[in-house]
Design a protein around this ligand. Structure first.
Ligand code: SAH
Length: 250
C-alpha cells in the first residue's frame, strides 16, 4: 500500500467551516500533523488511533522546524500511511503549503490538496464586511504584515499598495500595524480610510476594532489587540455595523 499526504485547510473557525472532503480525509487519517490555528474543537474529533503530531508555533517559537515537519510527512507516507497536514484557513494562503507541495513532489510522494475557507475572506465576511463590493472595491489584495515595512528589503511595494484602489487585507499584521499604517499614509493613502481589525474571527470570543488609518495603530494598542487577527483597510469597512448580531452564528 502506498501512502499519501493530504494538505488540508481547516477553515478559520470551528467544525462547521470544515469542508466535507476535509472531514472524510481526517476520518481516515493515520497521522495528523497540525498547526496551532485549526483549533482544539477539530482535534477532539480525530480518529482515536490516529497519531497526532503538534507542529504549532507557541509564543513565537516553532515547536518543530519546517524541515523536520517535511521529513516526518515523507517518512510516514513511505510507511504507507494516510498523512494529513492540517492547517488553518486554506493551505495555500500564507500556510507554507506551496513549499510543502514542492518538497513532497520532489520526494515522489502522492499529494492531494483539500482547500479550506481562508480567514482573509471569511473573517471579515462574518462580521458583515465583504472584501469586494460593486460600488467601492473592484479588487482585493491579500498580504502578510509579518515584514517590517520600513526595511528596504521588504518584498512588498508600499507605494504601490498605497496608490492601489480597492481593499487591502492583512494577515499576521498585528505587531507591525503601526508601521504599516504609517507607511501607507506616508505613501499617499487617505489617512481617513476606514480600518477594521477582527481578532479570533469566527470564534466565540471574536472582537472587532475599527478606526481611521491614521489612528488605528494607537487604537489597537489601547485595546491590546492580539493575534490571530485579520486587518481590513478600505471603504468596504464602512459597511460594518457595530452591535449587529454576527451574520454567521458561532
Ligand atoms: N492559511 C491561513 C492563514 C495563515 S497565516 C488562512 O487561509 O486563513 C495566519 C494568520 O491568519 C493569522 O496571523 C491571522 O492574521 C489570520 N487568521 C487565521 N485564522 C484567523 C481567525 N480565526 N481570526 C482572525 N485571524 C485569523
Amino acid at each position: 500500500m502506498t501512502g499519501k499526504v493530504y494538505l488540508v485547510g481547516s477553515g478559520p473557525g470551528g467544525l462547521g467551516l470544515l469542508t466535507c472532503r476535509a472531514r472524510d480525509v481526517l476520518d481516515s487519517a493515520d497521522v495528523v500533523l497540525f498547526d496551532q490555528l485549526p483549533g482544539e474543537e477539530i482535534l477532539t474529533t480525530l480518529p482515536e488511533n490516529a497519531e497526532l503530531i503538534d507542529c504549532g508555533k507557541y509564543g513565537g517559537m516553532h515547536l518543530r522546524e519546517q524541515e523536520e515537519i517535511e521529513a516526518l510527512m515523507i517518512a510516514k507516507a513511505r510507511e504507507g500511511k494516510q498523512v494529513v497536514r492540517l492547517k488553518g484557513g486554506d493551505p495555500f494562503v500564507f500556510g507554507r503549503g506551496g513549499e510543502e507541495l514542492e518538497v513532497l513532489r520532489d520526494a515522489g510522494i502522492k499529494v492531494e490538496l483539500v482547500p479550506g475557507i481562508t480567514s482573509a475572506v471569511a473573517v471579515p465576511g462574518a462580521v458583515g464586511i465583504p472584501v469586494t463590493h460593486r460600488s467601492c472595491a473592484s479588487q482585493v489584495t491579500i498580504l502578510t504584515g509579518h515584514e517590517d515595512p520600513t526595511k528596504p528589503e521588504s518584498a512588498l511595494d508600499w507605494n504601490l499598495l498605497a496608490q492601489s484602489r480597492g481593499t487591502i487585507v492583512i494577515l499576521m499584521g498585528v505587531k507591525n500595524l503601526p508601521l504599516i499604517a504609517q507607511s501607507l499614509v506616508e505613501n499617499g493613502k487617505n489617512p481617513k480610510t476606514p480600518v477594521a481589525i477582527i481578532e479570533r474571527g469566527l470564534r466565540k470570543d471574536q472582537r472587532v476594532t475599527t478606526g481611521p488609518l491614521e489612528q488605528i495603530g494607537e487604537i489597537a494598542a489601547e485595546r491590546k489587540v492580539a493575534p490571530p487577527a485579520v486587518i481590513v483597510i478600505g471603504e468596504v469597512v464602512s459597511l460594518y455595523r457595530e452591535g449587529e448580531p454576527w451574520l454567521i452564528p458561532l
